[in-house]
Structure formats: C-alpha cells, structure tokens
Design a protein around this ligand. Structure first.
Ligand code: C2E
Ligand code: SIN
Ligand code: SIN
Ligand code: FE
Ligand code: FE
Length: 398
C-alpha cells in the first residue's frame, strides 16, 4: 500500500486524529507481531514513509526481528546491521537524506528486497534505561523528498508510545506463559498425587487379599452416594480418592489374621479392628484436604450411626460425613462379595440387611438413597457391572 495521496505533510490535527484512530486498536491487540504491524502502519501514515518497521531485540538469538503486514514470517537482521544497528548501539536517532552516501548503510537489505532506499529515519525504542529496539522509517513519500526534523520529532512521539505498549505486551506475555506453566505443573502434581493414592489403595487391597476390585467398587459407590446426597463435584471426587485408602491400615495386620478362613477369635477380631486406627495414624499428619479426608475415612469407617462402632464410639454427625458414606459402601460390598471368611450374600439378603441397618449402623438418609437407587447401586455386582477396573470380573452373587 502506498500513501502517495498525501501531498503535503500532515498537520498536528491530522496526526492527533490518526493517533486517536489507532490507540483503541492497539490497546485491544495482545499479540506481539500484530502490535508491531499496527504500530508500523501508524508510523508510516504519520511521517509519510513508504516503509516502516519496528525492530525488536531477540535476546536469545542476539538478533533484531520484525513482522511486516501480510509477511508470511518475520524478518531478522544482525544486531549491528545498518542504521538500525547504529541507533541500537548508540541510543541516537538517525536522519539521512541518501542512504547510499552514508557509510552506516547496509546495502544487503536493499539487494535482498529488490528495493532502493534513499531517505531513512531511525529512532531507538527506549524503556526505562534500556534500548529494546528501533523504529525505522524508509523513503519519504508525497511532496517532500526527505524526512524533516519535524518527522523525526513525530517518530520520537510514536516511538515512546510504542515502547510503552511493547513493554506491557511483553509483561503480559510473560505472565501468561508463567501462568500456563504453573497450571501445567499443578495438573502434573495433581495427577501424580491421585496416581499415588490409587497405588496405595491397591497395595492395601493386595495385602488384604480382597476379592477383585473391592477398593474401586467402594470408591465408586461412595462417590455415587455423595452425588445423591447433594455434594459438589469436587467433594464427590475427593470422596472417591479418599475412599481408596479406607482400609490402608490393613497393611499393619498380620497375614494370619487378615487371611484367616472362618470366624475370628475375639482377640483376633480386636487385632483386626486396629486397622482403622493404624490407617488414621498413617494419614493423620497430611497437609492436603484430600489426605485429611482419607484420614477421617480410614479412622471412622467402622463407626456406627447409633454410637456402637469403633474405635471411638462416635455417634451420628460426630462421625465425619465422608466416613458415614464410605461405611455404607464398604458394608454393601462386603456383603455382596465373597470374602476369605464368607461367601457372597444374595441380592435380596444384602438389600434386607442394609435396610435393617437404617439408623442403627448407618445414617438413615444414606440408606434411603441406597434404596431409592438400588438397581443402579447394585448393578456393579451383576455380570459386566459398571465399575469393573483392571479387567477383573466382579464377583457374582447368588
Ligand atoms: P470387610 O470384610 O471389608 O468387612 C467390612 C465390614 O462389612 C465389616 O466390618 C462388617 O461391618 C461388614 N460385614 C462383613 N461381613 C459381614 C457379615 O457376614 N454380616 C454382617 N452383618 N456384616 C458384615 P467389621 O465387622 O468391623 O470387620 C472389619 C474387617 O474385619 C472385615 O473387613 C474383615 O477384613 C475382617 N473380619 C470381620 N469378621 C471376620 C471374620 O469372621 N473372619 C475373618 N477372617 N475376617 C473378618
Ligand atoms: C533493513 O533491513 O531495512 C534494516 C537495515 C538498515 O537499517 O539499513
Ligand atoms: C450432614 O451430615 O449432612 C452435615 C455434614 C457433616 O456433618 O459432616
Ligand atoms: Fe475397614
Ligand atoms: Fe473395606
């Protein structure tokens, strides 16, 4: 595009009008290369140049780069090239009438671009005490053949404005990149955290020889109970992961007790019951909300609503809600599946037992939820149940 249409230099009013036209466009633009194109365009109109570029220092590659309108890729030149390099090095502006009669000129650009440079202005782009680049105008157009002192003043004006704009764009870009990095790191940490919890849950399951995926089913059922109870998505997800660790304390119980076929003696049973305290102790000092919830669940999943449970004989809402929820899921699964000490119960007997425990073992509302959505809850104990993980088949009840 060319501005031959302008005969004389612009008046101050016209310059102001151009500034007001461009300022909102520039303020709305956040991409650095689009900003460079916009500001170069503004500069070209104000000083009536055939070409204008904003060259910025690329500190990593020790080069100057710019972007021209419709240019496919960016242009790059050495830091020391020509008038631009001179302004960069000295912090001084350049105003020349005929580039070819000035030893600072680097003709290689003309040769490469098939262009003939005559008059040139360059102005350092300064921010605080640092030169970050150079604003360059080439070949005066219109009535005048050369750029004037007044053009140089106007180039100075838009250079100050451009430098400020670029500064804040660079800051915004850095912030955005930093924020993205942080977000990625947080996601990585979170998934590593969840992975470790899953592995720890599987370790406790492996150790206690529970039949296929007990831990995962208890977690799925707990999450479903939490959903129908009206807890938030985040709470549901926390309950899922925290429930994976409900029997973590079983890692501290001897095999002889843990894997005993048939009934436990009284002393074996009291040994077994210590798994809730062991689990809570292992998780107690955790700093994250999730592991604190896991400690609550591990410690209180054998408490009972009516206060007859263990280890602390907590009653009603003294029992953390997460543990009340997990205990319903835990018992449902223990009844519906075979254990080393028992066979699986029939669906009808499981349902009957759970209903009977409303208000004694379990919070009434939770049993109501279970009964209201029984088929959905019990579907995981049917062949091709919904919660099968790790390729393990769910145990089939009679
Ligand atoms: P678990 O097998 O995961 O059972 C969890 C809970 O489900 C039990 O907690 C109990 O509340 C309920 N439950 C399991 N089977 C039955 C049952 O046949 N009838 C009824 N009404 N409820 C049942 P509890 O009693 O505190 O037991 C904790 C853990 O102790 C059990 O976890 C299991 O690992 C072990 N355990 C309990 N009883 C025996 C037993 O007779 N023999 C053996 N070998 N282990 C047992
Ligand atoms: C350019 O390629 O236009 C910059 C080099 C110079 O200022 O001569
Ligand atoms: C509730 O039981 O609904 C209140 C939540 C809590 O006590 O933990
Ligand atoms: Fe338990
Ligand atoms: Fe369990």
């Amino acid at each position: 595009m060319s501005y031959q249409g302008y005969a004389a230099d612009l008046g101050d009013g016209e310059v102001a009008a151009l500034l007001f036209e461009y300022m909102p466009k520039i303020a709305a633009e956040h991409k650095m290369d689009s900003l460079l194109v916009l500001m170069a365009d503004l500069g070209r109109k104000i000083v009536q140049a055939d070409r204008c570029s904003l060259w910025l220092i690329d500190e990593e590659r020790n080069e100057l780069w710019t972007k021209v309108a419709h240019g496919v890729s960016e242009l790059r030149i050495p830091l020391s090239a020509g008038f631009v390099g001179y302004s960069l090095k000295t912090g001084e502006p350049v105003l020349v009438e005929d580039a070819y009669r000035d030893s600072r000129f680097d003709r290689r650009s003309d040769i490469k671009n098939g262009y003939h440079t005559t008059s040139v202005m360059t102005m350092p782009l300064e921010s605080d005490d640092r030169v970050m680049g150079v604003f360059q105008a080439i070949n005066k157009i219109g009535d005048n053949v050369f750029f004037s002192k007044k053009d140089l003043e106007r180039l100075k004006l838009i250079s100050v404005y451009s430098a400020k704009t670029i500064e804040s764009a660079i800051r915004a870009e850095k912030l955005e990149r930093y924020a993205k990095q942080l977000e990625r790191k947080a996601e990585e940490l979170e998934s590593a955290h969840m992975e470790l919890i899953r592995i720890l849950g599987e370790v406790s399951e492996f150790r206690s020889q529970e039949v296929g995926d007990h831990i995962h089913r208890v977690s799925e059922i707990s999450k479903m109970l939490a959903r129908y109870y009206g807890l938030s998505d985040e709470q549901q997800s926390m309950i899922y992961y925290a429930s994976l660790l409900h029997d973590l304390g079983k890692v501290g119980i001897p095999d002889m007790v843990l894997k005993k076929e048939g009934r436990l003696t009284e002393s074996e049973y009291s040994q077994m019951k210590s798994h809730s305290v062991i689990g809570r102790t292992l998780l107690r000092d955790s700093k994250t909300d999730l592991l604190c919830m896991a400690a609550d669940i591990a410690g209180a999943h054998h408490e009972r609503w009516n206060g007859t449970g263990y280890p602390d004989r907590l009653k009603g809402e003294e029992i953390p809600l997460s543990a009340r929820i997990c205990s319903v899921a835990d018992v449902l699964d223990a009844l519906a599946c075979p254990r080393c000490y028992k066979t699986a119960w029939s669906e009808a007997s499981v349902k009957e037992e759970m209903k009977k425990s409303r208000g004694t073992h379990f919070q009434p509302e939770l049993v109501d939820i279970l009964m209201d959505h029984w088929d959905e809850f019990f579907s995981c104990y049917k062949p091709n149940g919904a919660f099968v993980k790790n390729g393990l088949l769910p145990p089939v009840s009679e």
